[in-house]
Design a protein around this ligand. Sequence first.
Ligand SMILES: C[S@@+](CC[C@H](N)C(=O)[O-])C[C@H]1O[C@@H](n2cnc3c(N)ncnc32)[C@H](O)[C@@H]1O
Length: 275
Amino acid sequence: MDNKVTSEIYNEFDYTSPLKPIINTENVVSKFRFKCPPKKPLTDKDGDIIVCRKPKKENYRIIQIEHSRRTALDLVGLQMWRGSLLLADWLIFNSDKFPKDNFILELSGGVGFTAIVASMFYPVICTDVEKGDLFQLLNGNIKRNQLLVRNPIHILNLDFFTQIIPSFVVENLDKISVILAAEVIYDDELTDAFLRTVEHLLSVSSTEKALYLTFERRYVFTIEDCDAVAPCFEHFLRQIHLSKLSYEEIPLDFPQYFEYDRIKQMVFCKLKLKV
Ligand SMILES: C[S@@+](CC[C@H](N)C(=O)[O-])C[C@H]1O[C@@H](n2cnc3c(N)ncnc32)[C@H](O)[C@@H]1O
């Protein structure tokens, strides 16, 4: 039996790029177009907005990502998932929210899409487990998008199961404004290890911070329930309840800059240490 999986996003938009893969010939390169947010309106000396009479042309930019289109479940990091696009929208919307010299820490960054977007505004620490040619892909994608990358991206190994936090992360913990993760809720053991890691990172930091997490709530029909249920999501909520973490849903009311379906099953939440 073929146990391979494919991210649904590839069939929803045409992301095809004519560029060739360089890390693995079986990979593809996809192009993700995004709308640059309008610049802050100019104001006169009284603080009134100077109205621009000419309609402005939409300004688009493109991120090119080499990735697999289909993988076994243990190599899903070689693909692109919907949550990374949602997180990227949020980062663009919040490009001025955090101090410019502080880091954004991304856990399980996969092929580097969110890290590249974050690096347009902030220095980034992007972690994942070095499986397959993941780190080669990540480095290759950073090089491919050199013109967009404005800040350093540090790539480090961080496995939720061993919970060995890289020394660079430990040393800079207080200079990390925010922790991000996309699409890591799909396997109950991984969810448990992920939550232990988040709890650890938040409790050893002397500055208060939060983890922002995006993922797709995936439904399956079970005979037992005679209904469609989302077992991974339900397990995640149960484990949060038992942990030292608080859970807050973030409304999806910020603008969409990238092209993808922001489906209603998307979850965006903020985890913090309970007070
Ligand atoms: C579905 S992919 C999401 C990748 C990327 N964040 C995205 O949304 O496109 C799941 C991610 O979890 C990572 N992962 C799997 N096992 C892990 C572990 N034990 N520790 C840390 N990350 C892990 C994978 O390498 C992969 O990057």
